[in-house]
Design a protein around this ligand. Structure first.
Ligand code: NAD
Length: 443
């Protein structure tokens, strides 16, 4: 089976590599020459555990290849996955320009029946828009070719993308065409070793499932974060509360970890997008809107907590703050909407100098934080971060920060503030009580 994947980012690359791993012939296309050149030289443009090894095996076996030439991909592929970015516009609506560009390109080069699969997260109604766009272009050229549109949203988590893609909890196939549904089932059946359930539905429902799922998780995070703020004030322990809540089968323990706020390339933009769709349809999304506001507040609360504990007037002039973890979560280099950006900006505004380290996020951080780069130094490890620092702040819980040599960290520091925004350590741990001024989140 010849498969084309258009957009070779976190989603497209992982999808392409996995399809090739299960024996399909895959061509991944991207407009970024730099990305495609790197991939053709065996270099991976993103950090995703296990991806490099799986890619190089299939690349050598010639089951996957990379190109910037969309014409060749459209012409030879029976199934075309669209996995380009769908970022937010300033007003929170979704920028569909990349998806539209691809649709126009497909309409130019389509040469026979194709299943066009929208993997990008797109607002409800987009799949139909794409169908109309392609049909209109074909009509203009008086070209009569059959094609079907499928909405097949992706649920992978960065850092666990290969596992998630190979063992999804469910496979959503939205389409009006029985033929396309069968073709898609055949594709997924090849690697559906664990008998993952399929949900066959229409385009609109498939599109909404993705937003409903991400918004629900964002609400859950904002909910526990808000309770964490209250717990701190009333002497309760959010970790015990979350554990007890999670024991209730109706609630589940997942996504109940208090922290500095959600970030990444999906939750912030997808929550804003569904609110925008609500507004356009005159249905205000009160709950999701509240989650967005609570998330913004959470990041600012972290800045206040750090600043006000170090200095009661919140001024951090001449203070050095060591930041551990910049990526929006561990095991990824993705810095899109990472809470670290807002927190660092806030600390710099309060006058602090920052020393930061992240195992994979620093390359991205350097340009995303360019506007404050005069106040930010990037270090080689956690012990360098601690050098002469007044405070350490764990923003992202990379595994290597879980068993640091805390004696050495303290010896390197000037003062002893330790802000553990992910509750990696315990305030009851002896060294935290004796050597540090320890602050967790919601405890
Ligand atoms: P990404 O930015 O990593 O990758 C998108 C790629 O598309 C880029 O490499 C870009 O150069 C390419 N591109 C843009 N216009 C193009 C065009 N006209 N032709 C060919 N290539 C083009 O984005 P991503 O994180 O992979 O996300 C892609 C989509 O999947 C988004 O809609 C996102 O919301 C959704 N999604 C992402 C995740 C995730 O964890 N990253 C999970 C589920 C769904």
């Amino acid at each position: 089976m010849e498969i084309g994947v258009i957009g070779t980012g976190y989603v497209g690359l992982v999808q392409g590599v996995i399809l090739s791993e299960f024996g399909m012939n895959v061509t991944c296309m991207d407009v970024s020459e730099d990305k495609i050149n790197k991939l053709n030289c065996g270099e991976i443009p993103i950090y995703e555990p296990g991806l490099k090894e799986m890619l190089s095996k299939n690349f050598q076996a010639k089951r996957i290849n990379f190109t910037t030439n969309i014409k060749s991909v459209v012409e030879k592929s029976e199934i075309i996955f669209i996995a380009v970015g769908t970022p937010s516009n300033e007003d929170g609506s979704t920028d569909l320009n990349y998806v539209r560009d691809v649709a126009r390109d497909i309409s130019k080069y389509i040469n026979g029946y194709k299943v066009i699969v929208i993997k990008s997260t797109v607002p409800v109604g987009t799949s139909n828009l794409i169908k109309e766009l392609i049909s209109d272009e074909l009509k203009k050229r008086d070209f009569n070719i059959d094609f079907d549109i499928v909405s097949n949203p992706e649920f992978l988590r960065e850092g666990k993308a290969l596992k998630d893609c190979m063992n999804p909890d469910r496979i959503i196939i939205g389409s009006e065409s029985e033929k396309a549904k069968t073709i898609m089932k055949n594709v997924y059946d090849v690697f559906n070793i664990n008998q993952t359930p399929f949900v066959f539905t229409n385009l609109e429902t498939a599109e909404m499932i993705k937003y409903a799922s991400n918004s629900f998780l964002a609400v859950k995070i904002s909910f526990i974060n808000e309770l964490a703020l209250l717990s701190e004030k009333v002497g309760a322990d959010i970790q015990v509360i979350a554990r007890a809540m999670g024991m209730d089968g109706r609630i589940s323990s997942k996504f109940l970890h208090a922290g500095p706020g959600y970030g990444g390339s999906c939750f912030p933009k997808d929550t804003k997008a569904i609110v925008d769709v609500g507004n356009k349809n005159k249905e205000e999304m009160f709950v999701i809107n509240a989650a967005i506001k609570a998330n913004e507040k959470q990041k600012q609360k972290m800045v206040q907590k750090i600043a006000l504990n170090i200095n009661e007037n919140g001024n951090l002039k001449n203070k050095i703050i060591g930041i551990l973890g910049l990526s929006f979560k561990p095991e990824t280099d993705d810095m899109r909407d990472a809470p670290s950006i807002d927190i660092i900006e806030g600390l710099v505004r309060a006058g602090a100098k920052i020393q930061a380290f992240c195992p994979e996020g620093m390359k991205e951080a350097k340009w995303r934080l360019e506007h404050v780069n005069k106040s930010v130094k990037y270090m080689n490890d956690e012990y360098e971060v601690a050098k002469d620092a007044d405070a350490i702040v764990i923003i992202t819980e990379w595994a290597q920060f879980r068993a640091m040599d805390l004696k050495k960290i303290r010896e390197n520091m000037k003062d002893s503030y330790f802000f553990d925004l992910r509750n990696v350590y315990s305030k009851k741990r002896e060294i935290m009580m004796t050597d540090f001024k320890y602050f967790g989140t919601g405890i």
